[in-house]
Design a protein around this ligand. Structure first.
Ligand SMILES: Cc1cc2nc3c(=O)[nH]c(=O)nc-3n(C[C@H](O)[C@H](O)[C@H](O)COP(=O)(O)OP(=O)(O)OC[C@H]3O[C@@H](n4cnc5c(N)ncnc54)[C@H](O)[C@@H]3O)c2cc1C
Length: 508
């Protein structure tokens, strides 16, 4: 345990406070990092600087298997964190600038804080297809999700652009509103599925939505009026924390009409142009009706507030557009005057100790780009679970560096493992589940029962490299072990997926 140290301060203007450890960002990565540091150094002040009025806490954490984990996420007032960890001080203000030469951060409220070790966990922002267009919404945090819900109650038709997890969930959850879904790939959910899994799920979109009520595991913290104001200011700059796994469950995603799903998918296209109503009228263009309503290619009789022209030349009118085309790491406030090495995806490059390219500065979660040589069955994805794992590991690395100790790479980076729900199906993704980076030298094995389960394994040289499990397959633990131990499975052939063979017994 270290004694409390106060540094001699050299920043030019007062007041300047100092903490041995400063963490920026009140999302899962930042909060987990601060908690771990607080546990490692109970007599040291940990300063958590965050732009949002609430912080995100992991609750009901459950290690489902060696690498699969499940947890709930709660938005909490920062006082709860400070009560649980009296040595964490939360400061609610955005970081405006980072002066690495002076080991100092400047906050929006005009203060400066010195650090010995800093961890940047400022997350990512939605990549909007069009900035500043009132008809284009991005969903990132509670405020933007609520704004979306508000707009949806008045909508007859919306257009969703993007093919990641957010688009997938939205398309399934929205009821009573026509959805034109434009994706640049051949099949839905490209980041998560192959075409077969996409086909399995697409049929769910056309079948009637089940009436099963999924309980919302996350208890939302309702922000008080005064905090709502602050939250609105923070969200104006897109600074809130990203939402978590069950983000849509507290929201009633219902449009104006009385039907369940009405989704039309336009594949292999992107947005070419967006027209406002007036502009569209002036240009004397025509738009298409909702395809399911009309066999011929007649023009749409309705007028719409906004029109999208796709790269396949089709034009649709709609009430608004949801831009769900991924995120960009939120690095801007930290760049001025600092020569960080950046990844191709625009994140702060971190090494196998979560260390950025600048001294004493670490990064974790959506803001960073993992730049170490990864295990053959792990890849970075900007997900909830990885934000927690990185925040946790970054704190351990900061502690080890402070104490001059060595530290091994955390086991969670051995195997990519993610469990989620899409279209009300449990979905488990393991390792190179989409044969990412394996080239042509791999084979796939499949098992599928329509409406029930979809199992795919990716094999290379007789070894299991990845798997997608949709439905209640109970195969996750066995397959996780087979991927981790890289056992040669050539002898088992297709028995691996034979439903009449109890595979768990095989490998016990
Ligand atoms: C709609 C939506 C649905 C999602 N669904 C899933 C899902 O089902 N499963 C899943 O695994 N993942 C999902 N994700 C992704 C997941 O939410 C993120 O990967 C995760 O939240 C990243 O955590 P983080 O701590 O790195 O960043 P964030 O949670 O974004 O937190 C960033 C924090 O930094 C603060 N901040 C930003 N700028 C500054 C600044 N200049 N100064 C100080 N503080 C600052 C913010 O206020 C915030 O507190 C979803 C994301 C979205 C948007």
């Amino acid at each position: 345990m270290l004694g409390k140290t106060r540094m001699a301060l050299a920043c030019p203007s007062s007041p300047i406070a100092a903490a041995k450890f400063v963490v920026v960002g009140g999302g899962i990565a930042g909060v987990t990092c601060a908690e771990q540091l607080a546990i490692h150094f109970p007599s040291e002040d940990i300063l958590l600087v965050t732009a949002s009025p609430v912080i995100k806490a992991v609750t009901n954490f459950k290690q489902v298997s060696k690498t699969l984990e499940e947890f709930d996420v709660e938005e909490q007032p920062s006082t709860i964190l400070e009560k649980r960890f009296p040595n964490i001080k939360v400061l609610e203000s955005g970081v405006r600038q980072l002066k690495t030469t002076e080991n100092c951060i400047l906050t929006e409220d005009g203060n400066q804080y010195k650090y010995e070790k800093l961890c940047l966990c400022a997350g990512a922002k939605p990549k909007l297809i069009s900035e500043g267009n009132p008809y284009v919404l991005g969903i990132r945090d509670t405020d933007s999700a609520q704004e979306f819900q508000k707009q949806l109650t008045k909508a007859k038709r919306i257009t969703i652009i993007g093919n990641g997890g957010i688009a997938l969930e939205l398309v399934y959850e929205i009821e009573g509103c026509e959805v034109i879904w434009a994706i640049k790939d051949k099949a839905i959910g490209n980041a998560f599925f192959d075409a077969g899994a996409a086909e399995f799920l697409t049929s769910e979109l056309t079948s009637k939505k089940s009436d099963v009520i999924i309980t919302c595991k996350r208890t939302r913290y309702t922000i008080e009026e005064s905090e709502k104001e602050a939250s609105a200011i923070a969200s104006a700059g897109n600074l809130g924390s990203a939402l978590g796994p069950d983000w849509h469950e507290g929201l009633n995603l219902k449009g104006t009409k009385e039907f369940s799903h009405k989704v039309h998918i336009e594949t292999m296209c992107e947005i070419k142009k967006i027209y406002h109503q007036e502009e569209f009228k002036q240009m004397k263009k025509t738009s298409l009706p909702f395809p399911r309503d009309c066999q011929d290619k007649s023009t749409d009789k309705d007028t719409w507030p906004v029109y999208v022209e796709l790269t396949n030349e089709k034009i649709y009118g709609c009430d608004f557009i949801v831009s769900a085309t991924g995120v960009i790491p939120n690095i801007k406030p930290f760049l001025d005057g600092n020569n960080f090495m950046l990844g191709e995806d625009g994140g702060l490059k971190v090494d196998d100790h979560m260390h950025t390219s600048l001294p004493n500065i670490y990064a974790a979660g959506d803001i960073c780009t993992a730049s170490w040589q990864p295990s053959p069955v792990w890849q970075q994805m900007r997900l909830w679970t990885q934000a927690r794992q990185m925040g946790n590991y970054a704190a351990k690395c900061m502690a080890a560096d402070t104490l001059g100790e060595s530290i091994d790479m955390d086991f969670s980076f051995e195997l990519f493992a993610h469990v989620t729900k899409f279209f009300n199906f449990k979905v488990v993704l393991l390792g190179k589940y989409n044969a990412q980076g394996l080239g042509l030298d791999h084979e796939l094995m499949l098992r599928c029962t329509k409406g029930q389960e979809y199992v795919k394994v990716v094999m290379q040289n007789g070894r299991m490299m990845g798997a997608i499990l949709i439905g209640e397959t109970n195969l996750e633990e066995t397959f996780e072990n087979l991927i981790l131990n890289q056992m040669n499975l050539s002898a088992y052939g297709e028995d691996l997926l034979d439903p009449s063979i109890d595979i768990e017994d095989y490998f016990d």
